[in-house]
Design a protein around this ligand. Structure first.
Ligand SMILES: *Cc1c(COP(=O)(O)O)cnc(C)c1O
Length: 422
């Protein structure tokens, strides 16, 4: 497979080429349910592997510190224009290396070390970079954290307001990594205005849903939108910061020269292609199908007696609490992996277990939707998950192997974008 796809790599470094080939096979044959992952198109893959890689471009289009930028400037300007058009923003910076450095640039632009910042707690579904203790953002800044209600699993906006008014944080982050419900950007906006805080919507997980009209947009309600490009947006691994014109200079300065040197131009090219793809009518269909699949999968899991945090989902993501099934999240995740179903173990809100051995698993539908699976497939997916979790409880390896074969059959009938036919 890989020899024909990567002839030079195979000739020069057959060992490494064999790892890539094995990964292609793994991605082709397994049901990938990690909600932050996806399959990029062949076009995005090609753009990300170009000679743009060879060029240093510190600065911004038209204002570089190196010569020979005739083509690079056009690539980056195109990515910026497409981001502005797709999300309806005044300004976009496409240079952050990934989501975490993008968020760090926001701190650099709007806060000083020691300042109070506010975000959702990691074990409640927030991201490390929203001021959580083990992150630089939680040790260089004073992070105060909100969560979800114990009864509903939903953000309690009155509690968020109370905390914000008591703490007056410089920055408030909304958004997270394990939030199955719609974020009320208007509610956050009125809280941030009352508290005098800069409001950042970190839409890393849901950017593709926003682009496709399947989740409300934060634009117009927040000061800064931070996003990765590689999750539902289906681009290469990278990030973007978007804002109103008034914050453009501060954010650009924070990214370069504040935090980074030369941008990864091959990634910028891949982002430009992904943004072009996301502007097509087919992407609107995709984004809505991701949500429809997640809702159908959640319903099928509830039917099989699973507990879902917040009782279901509004977006691409489902957080399952396995406590009532008598299986720990990690044990279940590893069993599912042996069954050809790739998930991650995850804390659930108010988890009595440890973060490295939590009670839940986190699943999502972006990848399977990219392969063309629809709502009619979700009952069988739920059935596989249910059988695998029960098999995990009994250490029933033959049952897991049987599921793996069934999964591979379905996957073979639904080839993944960007991958060779398996
Ligand atoms: C994934 C994610 C990030 C970080 O992205 P990396 O590219 O992994 O650094 C930041 N914020 C949120 C909400 C995320 O989901």
């Amino acid at each position: 497979m890989s020899a024909s796809r990567h002839p030079a790599l195979t000739a020069v470094d057959p060992e490494l080429a064999s790892f890539v080939a094995a990964e292609e096979t793994l991605q082709a044959q397994t049901l990938r349910l990690i909600p932050s992952e996806n399959y990029v198109s062949a076009a995005v893959l090609e753009a990300s592997g170009t000679v743009l890689q060879n060029k240093y471009s510190e600065g911004y289009p038209g204002r570089r510190y190196y010569e020979g930028q005739q083509n690079i400037d056009r690539v980056e300007a195109l990515a910026v224009e497409r981001a502005k058009g797709l999300f309806g923003v005044d300004h976009a910076n496409v240079q952050p290396y990934s989501g975490s450095p993008a968020n760090l640039a926001v701190y650099l632009a709007f806060a000083k070390p020691g300042d109070t910042v506010m975000g959702m707690a990691l074990p409640m579904g927030g991201h490390l970079t929203h001021g959580w203790g083990v992150s630089a953002t939680g040790s260089w800044f004073r992070g105060v954290q909100y969560g979800v209600s114990a009864e509903t699993g939903l953000i309690d906006y009155d509690a968020v307001r109370e905390l914000a008014l008591a703490e007056r944080p410089k920055i408030i982050f909304c958004g997270g990594t394990a939030l199955p419900r719609t974020i009320d950007f208007e509610a956050f906006s009125s809280i941030a205005q009352e508290a005098g805080s800069v409001l950042v919507a970190d839409v890393a997980h849901i950017a593709g849903l926003i682009a496709g009209g399947a989740h409300p947009s934060p634009v117009g309600h927040v000061d800064v939108v931070s996003t990765t490009t590689h999750k539902t947006l289906r681009g290469p691994r990278g990030a973007m910061l978007m804002c109103k014109e008034e914050h453009a200079k501060a954010l650009d300065k924070a990214v370069f020269p504040g935090l980074q040197g030369g941008p990864h131009n091959q990634t910028t090219a891949g982002i430009a292609v992904a943004l072009h793809e996301a502007a097509q009518p087919s992407f609107v269909t995709y984004a809505h199908a991701v949500v429809a699949n997640a809702k159908a999968l959640a319903a099928a899991l509830l039917e099989r007696g699973f507990d879902l945090v917040s009782g279901g989902t509004d977006n691409h993501l489902i957080l399952m609490d396995l406590t009532s099934r008598g299986v720990a999240g990690k044990v279940a995740a590893k069993a599912l992996d042996r069954a050809g179903i790739v998930v991650n173990y995850n804390t659930v809100p108010f988890d009595p277990r440890k973060p490295f051995d939590p009670s839940g698993i986190r699943i999502g539908t972006p990848s399977l939707t990219s392969r063309g699976l629809g709502t009619d497939h979700m009952p069988v997916v739920a059935e596989w998950i249910s059988r695998a979790v029960d098999a995990a409880a009994k250490s029933d390896e033959p049952a897991l192997a049987a599921i793996r074969a069934e999964v591979a059959d379905l996957m073979a009938a639904h080839p993944a974008p960007g991958l060779p036919l398996s």
